[in-house]
Design a protein around this ligand. Structure first.
Ligand code: ADP
Ligand code: MG
Length: 680
């Protein structure tokens, strides 16, 4: 048995079970053993039957002395059994598992865990978990509880873990070098894996978890460093000249830049004249004007004889950028090319030719721009907008379309600064921490559905005044088909409520072209009220829209609500965000309250961290990084810092990880980046 053997090699894994395991992302023994428990149950405290506490989960040993009995009550089958120890006896009751009557053998001892409750007039332990005690029973233990799917019980998973551990027989190769384990007090690998599943002591568990969390974050750090290093080694970056063009670029805009935008442009200027390849993240709240910064950088690049490209996650957003750039670039003779998946074959061919010949200077597109077969003439600047929608790998693919391409990635996903520094370890960070002037604060209200009539009246009034409205009606249905139906239905109803308004809707099932068509009509003011699922979440800019109405607001996380709200308040008119929710849960209420109290994405992201329990952090997946299996960025900040320091130390020691003792680490990093990457 090897670490990477298929899981089907384990005893007890047949075809069906293999399929179910695959649903959990488990293909190999490694996947299985790194499928960590979600929580633990303490079965180490074993009490006597006479000590059972009513209504409290207890673990006790009991012997079967006589056969149990099955009886029926309506549609229920009851299986009743009496178990004994030296202090007394207690009744056990199971529902609908008649086979248990014969499964438990007379004379044998079993370990039970359950609650003593009074039901049907008797005090019994109801539906306890039950485990036969073997000869070498060494006392109760701490039991792992795993994330699972239907058909894979905890008992099965637990059994498979035990089997895999036994097969591996402490034979896991250590991946962390000894000096590091010593310096950072980290447990050995076999110990860690064994104790994370079946902790022998509390201390053992903490040591195991610390080691595994450390390892994961350490690998993440190393992976990010190695990305950065590969970039740096790629050679020298083009040194841009003609600094005057930067000012000329600024003059092309119909507004003057905010100080924050200017500051970021200075940082870009420094990068692009330094001889190094720029690799910079621009973080700025929604509406902070990241596009303008990208536009000036692109203009400067083009004036230096190179091409510039922007990649956006959706067609709608790409065409919006296309319009913005064309409006400014076309009059001065800079050709802007749009490259998306929905172009006709002919248009596509023409676009590709322009990109390859260099006639097209400014290229704007979706994922289509990183496809094979897209050849640039001389790409100098690659911009990725809303980068959290792309994987780490995808954004580097765009840069690989040229030699020594400068890279800018832009994101509006608010994230606490401390985390950003670490998660974006391969990037330098610029922050636009100021909104353009004369932006009005958005009034945010949280109400319940009794307010609908008043809301409709308000929408009518806004539309009469010439404004436009977004309505978000989130995915409530399980399937996409039902979801579309419900959006269509909602739209129909809304049209009835707002007879004087032009109501239309966009949803995930529309083709790119159709979606774009609706969006364009909305942007042109031909639609007053736009109903949608979350497709407009990213980047859309219609300054005349002043109301964002979000139905079932409890279904969105804070980060998303904030993004959605950022679609309004982009013009000079007063804007509103109305959050409708009937949810009574504490978290939902706290979230909505946060929204009404703050408009600052960074404040909101800090709150988001606190409101979500550990493990629910919105973060890492949304940032296009590999998924973390055990580390929890809200809880493990301290270990994260340690891991970062250690990663730096290692890179100093052995930059390319060529030493023998780092071999396994190197392999793991490659796996980390390649195999488990999440494409968003
Ligand atoms: P985001 O950072 O969310 O991508 P955008 O780049 O779409 O934001 O900008 C939002 C709006 O603000 C656009 O209409 C843009 O023209 C406008 N804008 C950007 N910078 C300024 C500025 N310095 N002064 C006034 N308006 C600006
Ligand atoms: Mg944007």
């Amino acid at each position: 048995m090897e670490w990477n053997s298929p899981v089907a090699m384990l005893k007890g894994v047949g075809e069906q079970r293999e399929k179910r395991l695959q649903k959990l992302g488990i293909f190999t023994v490694e996947d299985l053993l790194t499928h960590y428990p979600r929580e633990y149950k303490d079965r180490s405290q074993i009490i006597k039957i006479s000590e059972l506490i009513p209504e409290e989960e207890c673990t006790f040993l009991g012997q079967i002395k006589e056969e149990g009995e099955n009886s029926r009550r309506g549609r229920l089958t009851f299986t009743r059994l009496k178990v004994y120890d030296e202090t007394g006896a207690v009744g056990i009751l199971w529902y609908n598992q008649p086979y248990l009557k014969n499964a438990l053998k007379i004379g044998e001892w079993y370990l039970f865990t359950g609650k003593l409750q009074k039901k049907y007039g008797r005090k019994e332990v109801i539906s306890p978990e039950c485990e036969r005690i073997g000869e070498n029973f060494a006392g109760g233990r701490i039991i792992p509880v795993y994330p699972s799917v239907a058909g894979l019980s905890q008992k099965i998973l637990r059994g498979l873990m035990e089997e895999a551990l036994q097969q591996m027989g402490h034979g896991l190769q250590e991946s962390l070098p000894l000096w590091l384990r010593k310096n950072c007090c980290l447990a050995e690998r076999n110990f860690a894996i064994e104790n994370i599943h079946f902790p022998k002591t509390e201390q053992g568990f903490y040591d195991a978890r610390r080691r595994l969390v450390f390892e994961e974050l350490f690998l993440l750090q190393l992976a990010l460093f190695s990305l950065k290093q590969t970039l740096e080694e790629r050679g020298e970056g083009a040194i841009l000249k003609k600094k005057k063009a930067l000012q000329a670029g600024e003059d092309l805009l119909p507004f003057s830049l905010t100080n924050a935008q200017k500051k970021v442009l200075k940082e870009i200027e420094k990068d692009m004249t330094s001889g190094k390849i720029m690799n910079r993240l621009i973080q700025g709240d929604v509406g902070s004007g990241k596009t303008a910064v990208a536009l000036i950088a692109a203009y400067w690049t083009i004036q230096n004889g190179y091409q510039a490209a922007i990649m956006a996650p959706t067609e709608v957003l790409a065409s919006q950028h296309y319009e913005t750039f064309r409006e400014i670039f076309a009059p001065i003779g800079i050709e802007v090319v749009l490259l998306t998946g929905s172009l006709t074959a002919k248009a596509q061919r023409e676009a590709l030719e322009k990109v390859a010949s260099g006639e097209g200077k400014m290229i704007i597109g979706t994922h289509a721009v990183i496809r094979k077969g897209v050849e640039f003439h001389n790409l100098g600047l690659a911009v990725t907008d809303e980068q959290h929608r792309f994987g780490v790998r995808q954004r580097s693919l765009l840069a690989e379309k040229g030699e020594n391409v400068h890279t800018l990635v832009m994101t509006a996903t608010p994230i606490p600064r401390t985390l950003a520094l670490i998660l974006y370890g391969d990037l330098d960070i610029s922050i636009i921490d100021e909104l353009p002037p004369e932006r009005q604060e958005i009034d945010t209200l949280a109400v319940d559905s009794r307010y609908h009539q008043r809301i409709y009246a308000f929408l009518q009034k806004q539309v009469k005044g010439g404004r436009q409205v977004y309505v978000i009606c989130p995915m409530i249905e399980e399937s996409e088909k039902l979801e579309v139906q419900s959006v269509l239905l909602y739209t129909e109803e809304l049209q009835k409520e707002l007879p004087d308004c032009r109501v239309a809707c966009v949803h995930g099932k529309l083709k790119g072209k159709e979606k774009q068509d609706v969006m364009e009509r909305f942007a042109a003011g031909e639609i007053d009220v736009l109903v949608s699922t979350t497709v407009i979440e990213v980047g859309i800019n219609v300054p005349n829209a002043t109301v964002m109405l979000i139905e079932n607001a409890e279904r969105f996380g804070l980060a998303q609500l904030h993004q959605l709200r950022g679609r309004v308040g982009r013009g000079s008119e007063k804007s509103y965000c109305i959050l409708v929710s009937d949810s009574k849960t504490k978290v939902a209420k706290a979230r909505l309250k946060t929204m009404t109290e703050s408009g600052d994405g960074f404040v909101i992201s800090e709150k988001d961290l606190k409101l979500r329990g550990p493990g629910e952090f919105f973060g890492i997946r949304q940032h296009g990084l590999p998924e973390l299996k055990i580390a929890d960025l809200t809880r493990d900040m301290a270990i994260l810092k340690e891991a970062q320091t250690a990663a730096e130390a290692l890179m100093k020691k052995d930059k390319w990880l060529t030493a023998k003792e780092h071999e396994l680490l190197k392999e793991q990093i490659d796996g980390f980046l390649e195999g488990k990457r999440l494409e968003m």
